[in-house]
Design a protein around this ligand. Sequence first.
Ligand SMILES: [Zn+2]
Length: 333
Amino acid sequence: MNTRIRPETAEFIRRLPKTETHLHIEAAVPYRMVAGLRPGKFPETPDFWHEDFRFGSFQEFEDNLFALALDWYTSAERYHEAARAVIEELRAENVRYLETSFHIGIIEHLGVPGEEIVQAIREAAPPDFEVRVFMGIWRDHYQGALKGVIDDMPNWRGLAGVDIHGSEEKPLEEWNARAWAEARQAGKLTKAHAGEFTGPGSVREVLDFLRVERVEHGIGATADPQLVARLARDGVTLDVCPISNYKLRAVESMEAHPIRALVDAGVRCTLSRDDPTVFGNTLRQEYAALAGSLGFTHAELAAIARNGFEVALLPDEVKRRNIEEIDAVLAES
Ligand SMILES: [Zn+2]
């Protein structure tokens, strides 16, 4: 991966108003905060933060993530503290809007109502920053006490939407489509993870069966030109996380990342970090990887930033102001 870019491009990326729309809060708590809980338990700088590090397997990634996240996430207050720190870091990168998800399983694990977690994250945002909270649900989560949680979710006023997490290999179930339709009827945005390690079939499935408005990753769509044309025509947005894809070996190399082909085909893509506690990535590095490894021009980087505001759950006036600022930064570069 090449993130070595010209100083003018680094400065351009820094100045761009940005969004992040694909971030798992459990995997976003700053590493130093988790490591600080138990000095000596975790190394100061973990191997997996190195830019060229790649995980041997998804299991290896997950083991590291769980070890870190389970130590930190013991209460709704910890969600609040983590979200405050995440937002502070994002503001320092000139990010102004965040969509983040929390894992539904934590509701049972901690015995804390889901709405309290939503509220804890929302209250972490200062007045000049907007955060929207999503609940991440596995394809087979409709069981036991979580059935009631999923049935009630459309009534949660603070919840912005829902996202399918977990294994893309497991089949979607009837309840997935019903719950996603109910969420939309209640005015919520629906997403699903698909096409990260799977092919175009899984992307098509979440579009046709779940009718999602956003696909998280979705890069597997590139194997099917007809599907790519459909994504472009229908204005489907992919929330793409290149460094995550690189470190988890979902792509052969950063130079071969499908975001280049998707953008060239007119598919609307945004840029996010996915799981920065484990990857050690910043949003500026994500932009730098596109410039350094995939030859994205300033205009193309600006278009990615613009996409984030276009799909954001923000008033039109706020979107317009941010997009005008992006255009002005581009004009000066
Ligand atoms: Zn993700």
